[in-house]
Write a protein that binds this ligand. Structure first.
Ligand code: ADP
Ligand code: ZN
Length: 291
């Protein structure tokens, strides 16, 4: 018996089967097109296996309120064809096993806590800096939910005095995602992030914004580990600069070794690397078996 896992992203879907040790046995990947076609691939893949449970880490926003009439739906996504898509319902129609469902970043946070950089801890946050910026949180041992789920990629940040860029968030303009996501970097500097590796000022400014957000997350949630991944973090010079900026912003106020002296072990890349999302979905499946 396997656990099934879906990492449902805005551009691609990853489906995998694996075990309770976070080991992936088989995986497939296909582009996110319209729901009908995409779900046909999903169902075809999982039909080949005997599954105990399936976990879904999905792009959103999604409805996670227990008892809600639209629980398990993708709600107000900018991807028009997926608005009000009943993701959990569609899976249940084909597979009569427990289905775990959460945001892509909450799934990744859970995966990192189960098998990765936050193993054994009661709290952590997982930040992805890619096409968008998303953050998942585990607080006191559980994934954080509320009115819906946190949307910490859209927090407001203090603008750099020399930065006149308007921002790319369709809702807020210059929120964190608007200023620091991959598309924001590309629009501000006129080139993709990968082509800007040698431009120190690009990454200093990027760290300026990401560090503000992380300092705020630390102040609000007090996570025992801060994990940061996503395409933009492939820039190796970014992480040291983020750590330094976080220490400067907190300015000795958080009197904890992790922040004061051990920040290299406190703000880290995903222990599961690019597998954080799909392993997280596996962890969601496991959690759905024994909630
Ligand atoms: P997604 O967020 O769509 O799941 P990624 O996490 O790979 O996917 O993020 C894609 C974004 O990351 C794009 O905006 C891309 O320009 C940026 N990116 C990818 N590789 C790099 C790199 N080496 N350096 C800087 N930015 C990168
Ligand atoms: Zn925003």
């Amino acid at each position: 018996m396997y656990l099934g896992a879906i990492e449902a992203g805005g551009t691609k879907f990853v489906c995998a089967v694996g075990d309770r040790n976070g080991k992936i046995k088989e995986r497939v990947m296909f582009p996110t097109t319209e729901p009908e076609e995409t779900m046909r691939h999903v169902v075809e893949f999982f039909r080949q296996y005997e599954l105990e449970a399936i976990g879904i880490g999905s792009f959103g926003p999604i409805d996670l309120r227990p008892g809600s009439a639209t629980y398990g739906y993708i709600t107000s996504t900018p991807k028009q064809k997926w608005v009000n898509f009943n993701f959990v319902g569609e899976m249940k129609r084909h597979f009569s096993v427990p289905i775990g469902f959460d945001t892509d970043v909450n799934a990744a946070a859970l995966g990192e806590r189960r098998w990765g950089a936050a193993k054994g801890l009661q709290s952590c946050i997982y930040i992805t800096v890619g096409t968008g910026i998303g953050v998942g949180a585990i607080v006191e041992g559980s994934l954080l939910h509320g009115l819906m789920h946190p949307e910490m990629g859209h927090i407001l940040v203090r603008r750099h005095p020399e930065d006149a860029f308007a921002g790319v968030c369709p809702y807020h303009g210059d929120c964190l995602e608007g200023m620091a996501s991959g598309p924001a970097i590309e629009k501000r500097w006129g080139k993709k992030g990968a082509e800007l590796a040698g431009r120190a000022e690009v990454w200093e400014l990027e760290a300026f914004y990401l560090a503000q957000a992380i300092a705020n997350y630390i102040l609000i949630l007090s996570p025992e580990k801060v994990i940061i991944g996503g395409g933009v973090m492939k820039q190796k010079q970014l992480l040291p600069s983020i750590r330094r900026n976080v220490q400067e912003l907190l300015n000795g106020y958080i009197q904890q070794e992790a922040v004061l002296h051990d920040i290299d072990q406190y703000i880290v890349l995903p222990g599961l690397g690019d597998n954080a999302g799909i392993c997280g979905a596996l962890a969601l499946a496991e959690q759905a078996l024994a909630p």
